[in-house]
Write a protein that binds this ligand. Structure first.
Ligand code: PBG
Length: 330
């Protein structure tokens, strides 16, 4: 890399005109980089604001179908479903998770019927259905791995049967990617893809999400026996390698902005389709500061999402997806 000395080199020359800035821009977001996470709830015509996530609402299936139509029209390639589960349906063994007619599976069918061009992504983890809010089954205070994997496989198959295009195991149990992949192959779901939440940290940034899915009150203890220590990066690489070797098609790093170094390292090392999740707390912080007038919300939205592209991500799960898409050519 050679750069002439001043004044032969003046970095401001290329910044002196919008056209020159456009020509020399290195990384730019497109609408094809966006996955929109949405929250589901029971009922019809129901739209319920999530207090800790201004601009985000839980929607009943009929309204989620309309939202998926709007998202597809904006050019957003995928929508990701998270159910708010009625507390009466939560059990110790999480049986509602693989009910073919649970809220999430009903929404998958409805969206695939009405808006076939949008990819539907799911969350594979037991927390919405678990009486104690954990992603796996709890026995005597321990989150048991292998029994949880069996449950996750049933859950994943029910989602694939309903028509899901992308399964997102977010549970961090060991062996779940291989088990789900084998089960999908055996069931004839060869083209159902897996985006593994490979490097998922035990993070304080998930707070508003747990509110949105009604898991905050339920959670006993923390998730540190399965989610990652925020200081670890070698472990992230090993987890990504492990999940790819078990049959993940795409990998995800979560949360997003505080872990951009992990995104870059993963992309450079493996070259696999790499995604980041700009999680609920990241969204809430930007919205809260913008509402106070402390930052320009639109500028910070664009800047934060562009940062993921700079860090090597192929795409981003973000609650800003429709707002961002409206500013981008489709
Ligand atoms: C749970 C799950 C979580 C999120 C996605 N799937 C929360 C958690 O692990 O406690 C968080 C998403 C967000 O904060 O936006 N399986």
């Amino acid at each position: 890399m050679t750069t002439a000395a001043y004044p032969a080199a003046r970095f401001r020359r290329l910044k002196s005109h919008a056209a020159l800035r456009a020509l020399t821009a290195e990384h730019r977001l497109t609408v094809h980089d966006l996955i929109w996470p949405v929250f589901l709830r029971d009922g019809e015509g129901v739209r319920e604001d999530v207090a800790s996530m201004p601009g985000v609402a839980r929607m009943s299936v009929d309204l989620v179908v309309k939202a998926a139509r709007d998202a597809a029209d904006l050019g957003i390639p995928a929508i990701c479903l998270f159910p708010y589960t009625d507390p009466s349906l939560k059990t110790r063994l999480c049986e509602e998770a693989w009910n073919p007619d649970n809220l999430s599976n009903r929404a998958i069918r409805a969206i695939k019927a009405a808006v076939p061009e949008i990819a539907v992504m799911t969350d594979v983890a037991l927390d919405p259905y678990n009486i104690n809010g954990h992603d796996g089954i709890v026995r005597d205070g321990v989150i048991v791995n292998d029994e949880s994997v069996e449950a996750l496989v049933k859950m994943a198959l029910a989602q694939a049967d309903a028509g899901a295009d992308i399964l997102g195991p977010s549970d961090m149990m060991d062996g779940r990617i291989g088990a789900i992949r084998n089960a999908l192959e055996r069931a004839g779901h060869q083209n159902v893809t897996i985006m593994s939440y490979a490097a998922k940290y035990a993070s304080g940034f998930y707070g508003p999400f747990r509110d949105a899915v009604g898991a905050s009150g339920a959670l006993t203890g923390d998730k540190k026996t399965y989610q990652m220590d925020p200081g670890n990066v070698s472990e992230a690489l090993r987890l990504v390698e492990r999940d790819l070797s078990e049959g993940a098609d795409m990998v995800m790093i979560k949360p997003g902005l505080p872990y951009l170094d992990v995104c870059r390292a993963v992309k450079d090392r493996f070259g696999a389709p790499t995604f980041a999740y700009q999680v609920s707390g990241e969204y809430a912080m930007i919205q809260a500061a913008a509402a106070q007038g402390w930052v320009d919300g639109e500028q910070v939205m664009i800047e934060s999402l562009t940062a993921f592209k700079r860090a090597g991500c192929d795409g981003i799960l973000t609650y800003f997806a429709p707002a961002m898409a409206r500013l981008l050519p489709s």
